[in-house]
Structures are given as structure tokens and as C-alpha cells.
Design a protein around this ligand. Structure first.
Ligand SMILES: Cc1ncc(COP(=O)(O)O)c(C=O)c1O
Length: 401
């Protein structure tokens, strides 16, 4: 038995900041008006949801934006609007979270899982091989935990293989590849505004694209009751002419209350991204010194929005990884581990997605076996982050093989 740990972190890994006063005031105004439905905005005003769409399109440099009920709904609507048919193979990252293969299954399609490399980005060689072998026409590219692959190479590869790319930007809102905001490379991009993402409305999603046909279909799918002229950044009327009567209404609209609280947060996004990155870098600086611990390399072109941090402890077996979890937890540090056989909290691995055909992914399995993950809420101070990094170092040393 070792000695009891000397130092302990006492903060909460799930406590987000309260919403800014402007968001609280905007929410109160919506509540007092009773106008909570997006198509019930006061006469002569665009309404909060339409205004959010216009502002988010401008912020991401896309022509069109549609606000929906969740990030997962944005994914499903984007896949359907991009023409993914029932039974079609759809490529996606093997290392991602359950809503991503879930969205593919949700449109009746078949997830084809692509390995991730040691730096947590999609493996381009495996992508090429699986695209050829499956004949897939679509890639749902997940920028999982904010790690953006070489988007220039990916875009060239997708063009070569005639793949339509839908970007899952649930973890990259406010990030960029060079000068291009994340979500600016694919045919469409999907964002989440669920509480643990970069802007928080409890639940919510945003879908962006420059493609008028895709966005007209997406708008009808979201449940627009043919009121698409009231959208804030929708395609022109003529884009709806051919599709308006043969596209189903799936009722996945955003409401005015959520849009109202998101707009002030969007205005503060760049500042908050800088705060997240400072917290990430404070933890990373401590972890760099830890023997046997490997941080993923980040490409020079990536402009991260790091609201979480990942690291590997290669060479540990499952018992060693569990010991690391326990030693960290004893110090008040809540790590997630992707190597567990069963889903835990929000974390699961491809073997738990039994609605997709079982797939052999030895490279991803080896990666997940020693991969750890930690949230970095903005309620942590930089001092907290330095302490957390040091405590992870202590836990790693205590449990070293
Ligand atoms: C990688 C990833 N994609 C998509 C989603 C779906 O977002 P939402 O929870 O808003 O449906 C999530 C949510 O956790 C996610 O982590």
C-alpha cells in the first residue's frame, strides 16, 4: 500500500460556466413574449432562430445555415439531404462517439468504420482502401475531440474517389484548418450546441453548406411547414421548387429559446476558444514531462478549439490502464478511458455499436486500448489546469508498469 496522495483536485469536470447575462436577458424576453416556436416570431422581426442562422453562416463563411434540434439530427438530415439511401455504405471514423454511427444507422445506411492513426486523425490509407472495398459514395468525417486531419489531403483524396464529405464538427466549432473555419471543406457540416460543446443550449444543432439543393432538402426535412422563406440563411425560393413536395417533414426544428441563448455565446466564441486553448496548453505543458505518456501531435495548419485533452500510455495493459484511472480518480481527476469493453458514460467503442456489421479494426483497437480523455470546462482556472496536469503525472508515476 502506497501513502495516501498528498494533493487532490476538488473541482467538477462536468460544471460548465453559467450563460452570459445577455443570454439570460434574451431568454427572459422570449419567455415573456410566449413566442417560443421559430415560426411564431413577432410580425416584422426575423426571430431568434433565423437571426442565429444568419450569424452562424457568417461566422463559418458558409452561404447557408439551418438550426435544428440536436447535432445528431443535423447529421441525419445532412446525410439524407446529401442523398444517402437506405442500405448504402457510409464511411466514418472508427474512433468517434455513438451519435455518429447512430446517425448513419438512423437513415438506414451502413457504417463502414475507418481506422484512426496514433495522432487521433482518420487514417488516409485505410480510408482509401475502405472506400474502394465498400464502394461508398459518402464519408461522414468526425473531427473527434477536435483533432483535424490534413484537410487539403483529405479533400484531394475525396475528389479523386468521388466521395461526398459531410463534416461532423461537434468538437470543432470555432476551430479552423489554416484560414478555413472547421466545416468549410465538406459538402455540408454539422455542429452541436449540447451542453458540453463550445456553445450551450442544452440540446441543439446547426447545419451549414454552400449547396442550395442540399439545404433546401434539409430545410424541409427539419420540419419547415413550407415556411422556408422565414429562414435566416436559407437557399433561394427556386431551390425548393422541385423538392418541396417529395421531401418528408421530420420535425427537428430549433426553438426560439435555444437560439436566443446561443447568439450571445456565438459572439463570445473566439474569446472562449482562446480560453479553452490556454487551459489545454497548461495541462499539456505538465503532461509533456511525464515519462511514458504520449500526447497526439497536432498539425501546424490546425487552429484548435481544445475543450478537452487526450493522451496515450502505450505499453500498459488493461489492468494498468484501470489502475491509472483509479489513481487519477483518487486525486480528484476524472479521466475517461476508451479501452473499456463496455460503454461508460459518453464513451463507447465500435464493438458496442452492434447495429453496424462487426468490423476488424486492429489499429484502432490498439489505439483505444491505452487512450485517455479529459474534459476541460471553462470553470477551471489555469492554476487548476496546472495542478490537474501534475496530478496526472503523479498518477502515471505511481502506476507505471
Ligand atoms: C463527435 C460527436 N458528434 C456528434 C454528436 C451529436 O451531437 P448531439 O449531442 O447534439 O446530438 C456528438 C455529441 O456528443 C459528438 O460527440
Amino acid at each position: 500500500m502506497g501513502e495516501a496522495p498528498q494533493r487532490r483536485f476538488t473541482g467538477s469536470f462536468t460544471r460548465q460556466e453559467g450563460l452570459p447575462e445577455a443570454a439570460v436577458a434574451a431568454a427572459e424576453a422570449v419567455l415573456r413574449s410566449g413566442r417560443l416556436h421559430r415560426y411564431n416570431a413577432a410580425p416584422g422581426t426575423p426571430g431568434e432562430t433565423a437571426a442565429l442562422e444568419a450569424e452562424f453562416a457568417a461566422a463559418t463563411g458558409r452561404r447557408y445555415c439551418l438550426a435544428v434540434a440536436s447535432g445528431g439530427q443535423a447529421l441525419q438530415i445532412a446525410l439524407r439531404a446529401a442523398g444517402v439511401a437506405a442500405g448504402a455504405p457510409v464511411l466514418t471514423n472508427a474512433w468517434t462517439l455513438a451519435p455518429v454511427p447512430g446517425a448513419i444507422a438512423g437513415v438506414g445506411a451502413m457504417p463502414v468504420l475507418v481506422d484512426s492513426d496514433d495522432d487521433l486523425r482518420i487514417d488516409m490509407d485505410d480510408l482509401t482502401a475502405k472506400a474502394r472495398a465498400s464502394g461508398a459514395r459518402h464519408l461522414l468525417l468526425s473531427h473527434m475531440r477536435g483533432h483535424i486531419c490534413d484537410m487539403d489531403r483529405l479533400t484531394a483524396l475525396a475528389a479523386d474517389m468521388d466521395l461526398t464529405v459531410i463534416e461532423d464538427c461537434a468538437h470543432t466549432m470555432g476551430a479552423a484548418w489554416g484560414a478555413v473555419p472547421s466545416g468549410g471543406h465538406g459538402r455540408a457540416a454539422c455542429y452541436s450546441t449540447q451542453t458540453y460543446k463550445h456553445i450551450n443550449s442544452g440540446e441543439g444543432g446547426l447545419l451549414t453548406s454552400d449547396d442550395a439543393d442540399l439545404m433546401a432538402r434539409a430545410t424541409i426535412l427539419s420540419g419547415s411547414y413550407m415556411l422556408y422563406a422565414r429562414h435566416g440563411a436559407g437557399p433561394p425560393e427556386e431551390a425548393f421548387a422541385d423538392i418541396r413536395l417529395d421531401t418528408p417533414n421530420l420535425s427537428a426544428r430549433m426553438d426560439e429559446l435555444r437560439a436566443a441563448v446561443l447568439r450571445p455565446q456565438l459572439a463570445a466564441l473566439a474569446d472562449n476558444v482562446a480560453r479553452w486553448n490556454a487551459r489545454h496548453d497548461a495541462v499539456a505543458a505538465e503532461l509533456e514531462a511525464v515519462q511514458g505518456l504520449v500526447l497526439p501531435r497536432r498539425p501546424a495548419n490546425e487552429r484548435k478549439a481544445a475543450s478537452s485533452i487526450q493522451f496515450r500510455l502505450p505499453g500498459r495493459d488493461a489492468a494498468g490502464c484501470r489502475a491509472m484511472l483509479a489513481a487519477s480518480a483518487a486525486r480528484g481527476v476524472e479521466l475517461k478511458w476508451f479501452g473499456a469493453a463496455e460503454p461508460h458514460g459518453y464513451t463507447s467503442a465500435h464493438r458496442s455499436w452492434r447495429y453496424a456489421p462487426a468490423q476488424e479494426l486492429p489499429r484502432t483497437d490498439a489505439l483505444l486500448a491505452t487512450l485517455f480523455d479529459m474534459r476541460l470546462p471553462l470553470t477551471f482556472s489555469l492554476e487548476d489546469c496546472r495542478l490537474i496536469g501534475a496530478l496526472i503525472g503523479e498518477a502515471a508515476a505511481e502506476t507505471a508498469p
